[in-house]
Design a binder for this molecule. Structure first.
Ligand code: SF4
Length: 1020
């Protein structure tokens, strides 16, 4: 039964907004209803984005809930019923619609994502294959309640939601109950501590504003009289909580599309009259040429700033637009922004003044974010004598309306206030609160700029006083206190040369856009600081400068919510695994040289990571959790160096100065595959003839011929795996194995991915244990732990929806260990995943290894994107950055120590220079010579098909390592190798052949291999 063919209805019962989540009243106060609405919107978004849910039915009596539901594309059943009755009505509706599968799900699941929903449904469908009448139950995180029920709506079921509902449902359903595990669906939000716990996750931007400890929040008006030092200390602490040591900036180019403006702000030198403006509009070519030059300098943002609606004031603007065939300035802007995006790859950020709903909709497909400074909510400033007199677009109401409409249309939005133009402190607080309120409603405010007025010659306010530094510091601190730890607070560095350290103390975390090419056209008298100087000044304050995109990370990581489909490819192309900017152009599988700046190891103040690392090295932390591991992947500069050094120390403790490799040959016996992994450029359907590789299948003669050749060249291992050919059964794999062992009995056969094992067992109707036992008895030496990709079902839903699930992969590997076969383990990373998914992957492997001890090594496989279909369709990042790729080796060493002794660096993915970086960051093994590498080559890698042992010797020698040829199971491969290694060991201070090479890990319950099994242990 295919899950895709099923009609799935999600039934979501919702109480009224004002009655829900009463237990959050003390934590959220008047914001409780807004939070309930945001939770509902998040749940509905996840369901609507799921590929497996075909309809959503919200059962409610609340008209506001109904409106929210309809906006999300759900149907509404208006019912004033208790929870269980509402569910029963939903089920009845599903029956009458002849739906195949019904999922009753709560509306308060803050972590739920479309992929999580898909994974949940898939898990249920898999269980239903074994038990047709299965009723899937998802337990809440406390273990007592039920957060979701999945069932065939024709099945008899009486909902029993309420206290201890999980047990109640289990009792009522009896043997039909199957428990489904989903971290996302388990996390409901009922209490203040749930709210606090959310801070650990990368949650939707729309929920972020609510994760603030209300008790510590100040009364806004009381802030006005608080001593500055006290405000600054509190604000600084709060910023550290939300942003750690990172201070971000965006590398941008400034494109002033037009300097004509219908407004007349009294402090502005940007706007020009037609007499002084020259051409009324920048041409498309001019914009593209400037943006292309900026792209060469590493810029990623194209900031379009322009006057407000010049055609409303100037005939010359109207005539130019009419002659050029554009209805308005914003129509022209849409065309230029699209050209810049498509021809340079830069991400447009649009500052086009006040906009209507239609105009925002017009510009959303061509921009990654938009902005409009609120400036001030004070209407006083618009009166005669005020700086905004005569500027209709500076009225607070249309500005607030534009910001709200951007929220409704889910545009990541930048706003801010301008200080020192005659407003009072109370009015500043009011402006910041207005921004905060809009953010609570829509979750779209990605940053708040605190811009200080500077008097400019030639303006009406030329003689006005600029606000003092204290006033600016006060405003930054108050903004941080009012808007919470996670809001990005920005101050332009070019307007504040000499006081950056004070501003950092006051709680800012962002320097905004900085251009290495164009001036700040709004403040031309204030040049941008050079980025390197900004980095030095930031470092001097103990902080790390990190590049971001114009769209902030939490928005970039939820593209389905925050980006038009036309922008997603461009954003993914420039993003790293945390949604930040890729700071180097290194590409896995292709780059030869390392970018010089990529792995710089500056010395700045140590951060919380240093504490984690110290505790690890002291042995006071046994178990890193998801949060700590994900934070390690975010390490930069000093932190990066510290993580790599800690991993390198553990590597030296474990294996001494020895680096290893295996002389092997890859044999991929077919590239014909009936699976649909979206990342795979290797597989071909039987009828497909596209691309360089044609479909092929090797016969036994060819396979054994290749094995003999490998033996003749000294190989000790052949590594075999391939596509899942539609005609393959378990017998095929057994035949291949028998043929090889008959041809070369001494050859170690390292073969069959967990997917192939699963396929082989199921086609023969055998248990995994029985099939693996057969393979072992026919001479299989060990299994490659490939097909793991990312052990996170949400990510697998995108990468390989029809492949074995996380738990099935782990089951195959654990069963292999239990029958005496050892395996490797891999991760393929850098596509649609993130640091938390990587962390979960590592933890799954660590836990498995503790149980069995059967993993010989861990092999990070950086995603090679070029030919991967998922990447070519614009739905994946172009692989990890070099920083991330190196960190994967280092973090793996830290997490797995002492359970998995070997971390392999893949030359196919990392290249020779990348290998050196990985070997200095915890890796100790260079992998195989391979002879015929073809899977990564099909994905676009250019590092060749073979790396000779001579090249490996040179590489290891350049790092002062002793290179030793090993067997698959980490024994010295030959007596010569052993003798020469012993000699080398004696001359380099390592006392003996490291223990890690002698025996399988002692921990775990791995079964001893039967004596008849020709394992390579005898080589030790
Ligand atoms: S990764 Fe493997 S299973 Fe997936 S399509 Fe490619 S060859 Fe087939």
């Amino acid at each position: 039964m295919s899950a895709r063919a099923l009609e799935v209805l999600a039934v979501v019962p919702v109480k009224s907004l004002n009655r829900s989540k009463q237990r959050l009243a003390s934590a959220l106060g008047t914001r409780r209803e807004a939070f309930v609405r945001a939770l509902l919107a998040q749940t509905l978004f996840a369901l609507a984005g799921s590929e497996r849910v075909s309809g959503i039915l919200v059962v409610t009596a609340d008209p506001e809930v109904a409106e929210e539901a309809r906006r999300a594309g759900a149907r509404v059943l208006l019912e004033d019923a208790d929870l269980n009755t509402a569910c029963a009505h939903g089920l009845a509706e599903a029956r009458s619609l002849q739906i195949d599968l019904c999922m009753i799900i709560h509306a308060d699941l803050a972590l739920l994502s479309p992929r999580g929903v898909d994974a949940l449904i898939r898990g249920y469908v898999e269980r239903r294959v074994q038990l047709e009448s299965a009723i899937g139950l998802v337990r809440c995180k406390e273990g007592t309640g039920t957060n979701a029920v999945l069932l065939d709506p024709r099945t008899a079921f009486v909902p029993a939601f309420g206290p201890d509902s999980f047990q109640a449902h289990q009792r009522a359903v009896g043997s039909r109950a199957v428990e489904l595990h989903s971290d996302e669906a388990a996390f409901d939000v009922d209490t203040a501590s749930d709210l606090q716990a959310l801070a650990r996750f990368s949650i939707s931007a729309r929920l972020r504003p609510f994760i603030v400890a209300r008790a510590s929040e100040p009364d806004p008006t009381s802030l006005i009289g608080v001593p500055l030092e006290s405000l600054v200390a509190r604000a600084s602490h709060l910023r550290d909580e939300g942003h750690g040591a990172l201070v971000s900036y965006s590398r941008k180019v400034f494109l002033p599309l037009t300097r004509l403006c219908r407004d007349v702000c009294h402090y502005c030198t940007f706007a020009k009259t037609p007499r002084h403006a020259g051409q009324p509009f920048m041409s498309v070519d001019e914009a593209v040429t400037t943006a292309a030059a900026a792209a060469k300098l590493g810029c990623k943002e194209a900031l379009f700033t322009l006057g407000d609606r010049p055609e409303a004031r100037y005939a010359v603007a109207r005539a130019w637009l009419a002659d050029s065939g554009f209805a308005s300035t914003l129509h022209y802007l849409a065309q230029v922004a699209a050209a810049v995006r498509d021809r340079t790859g830069l991400l447009p950020h649009i500052n086009a003044g006040c906009m209507s709903a239609e105009e925002i909709a017009l510009l959303r497909p061509v921009s990654a974010s938009m902005g409009l400074m609120l400036e001030s909510t004070s209407e006083r400033l618009c009166l005669k004598g005020g700086p905004h007199f005569g500027s209709p677009d500076k009225q607070p109401a249309p500005r607030l309306a534009t910001i709200a409409e951007a929220g409704r249309q889910r545009v990541p939005f930048t706003t801010g206030i301008l200080i020192g133009i005659g407003e009072t402190r109370a009015e500043r607080v009011d402006s910041l609160l207005a921004i905060g309120k809009l953010h609570e409603r829509y979750g779209h405010i990605q940053e708040v700029i605190i811009q200080n007025f500077l008097p400019k010659p030639g303006t009406r306010m030329a003689k006005a006083m600029a606000p003092s530094v204290d006033e600016l510091v006060w405003t930054v601190a108050v903004a941080r206190l009012l808007l919470g730890p996670y809001m990005s607070i920005q101050v332009p560095p070019n307007l504040n040369s000499g006081v950056l350290a004070r501003l950092l103390q006051a709680g800012l975390n962002d320097w905004g856009g900085v251009s290495p090419l164009t001036p700040d056209y709004v403040n031309p008298e204030a040049p941008w600081p050079e980025i390197e100087r900004l980095r030095e000044e930031t470092a001097a304050a103990g902080r790390i400068l990190a590049e971001r995109l114009t769209i902030y990370p939490s928005y970039a990581q939820a593209p389905e919510q925050w980006l038009d489909a036309a922008m997603r490819r461009s954003v993914l192309e420039l993003s790293d695994g945390a949604g930040g900017a890729r700071e180097e152009a290194w590409r896995a599988g292709r780059s030869i040289e390392l970018p010089r700046s990529a792995l710089s190891r500056r010395r700045v103040r140590s951060s919380h990571l240093t504490t984690v690392l110290r505790e690890l090295s002291e042995g006071s932390v046994q178990d890193l959790g998801v949060d700590e591991i994900a934070a390690l992947f975010g390490a930069r500069e000093h932190d990066f160096a510290a993580v790599c050094e800690a991993a390198d120390d553990l590597r030296a403790q474990t294996v001494g100065n020895v680096a290893t490799y295996v002389l092997n040959r890859n044999i991929n016996y077919t590239n014909i595959c009936s699976y649909h992994c979206s990342f795979c450029a290797f597989s071909k359907g039987t009828r497909k003839h596209e691309g360089a590789e044609r479909p092929y299948r090797m016969d036994l003669e060819e396979i054994t011929g290749r094995v003999r050749e490998a033996r003749a060249r000294g190989a000790t291992e052949v590594c075999l795996q391939g596509g899942i050919h539609p005609s393959f059964t378990g017998e095929t794999y057994l035949d291949i194995l028998r043929a090889i062992k008959q041809a070369e009995p001494q050859m170690h056969v390292h073969a069959f991915s967990p997917l192939e094992v699963w396929h082989g067992a199921s086609t023969l109707g055998l248990s995994l244990s029985a099939f693996l036992g057969l393979l072992r008895n026919e001479g299989l030496g060990s299994l490659p732990g490939t097909a793991a990709e990312i052990l996170d079902d949400g990510v697998r839903e995108v990468l390989c929806p029809d492949k074995i699930s996380t738990s099935q992969w782990l089951e195959v590997i654990e069963t292999a260990h239990n029958v005496g076969l050892r395996t490797t383990a891999t991760i393929m990373f850098g596509h649609v995943d993130d640091y938390r998914a990587w962390a979960r992957h590592l933890l799954s492997l660590r836990d498995l290894q503790r149980r069995t001890g059967g993993l010989t090594e861990f092999v990070p496989l950086a995603f090679v994107a070029n030919e991967a279909p998922l990447y070519k369709r614009g739905r994946a990042r172009p692989g990890p950055t070099l920083r991330e790729a190196v960190l994967m080796h280092a973090v793996a060493r830290l997490v797995f120590h002492p359970h998995i002794p070997h971390i392999q660096a893949s030359w196919v993915k990392m290249g020779r220079s990348g290998m050196r970086a990985a070997l200095r960051a915890g890796a100790d093994d260079l992998g195989g010579t391979l002879m015929n590498e073809s899977i990564t080559r099909a994905a676009g890698a250019t590092h060749g098909q073979e790396m000779t042992s001579e090249e490996m010797h040179l590489l290891a020698g350049s790092l002062g390592r002793i290179l030793v040829q090993r067997t698959t199971l980490y024994a010295p491969a030959t007596s010569e190798a052993r003798a020469s290694t012993d000699r080398l060991i004696n001359t380099t201070g390592v006392q003996s052949w490291p223990q890690a090479f002698m025996t399988p890990p002692s921990a775990g319950s791995m079964a001893p291999a039967p004596s008849s099994t020709p394992t390579e242990a005898k080589c030790c």
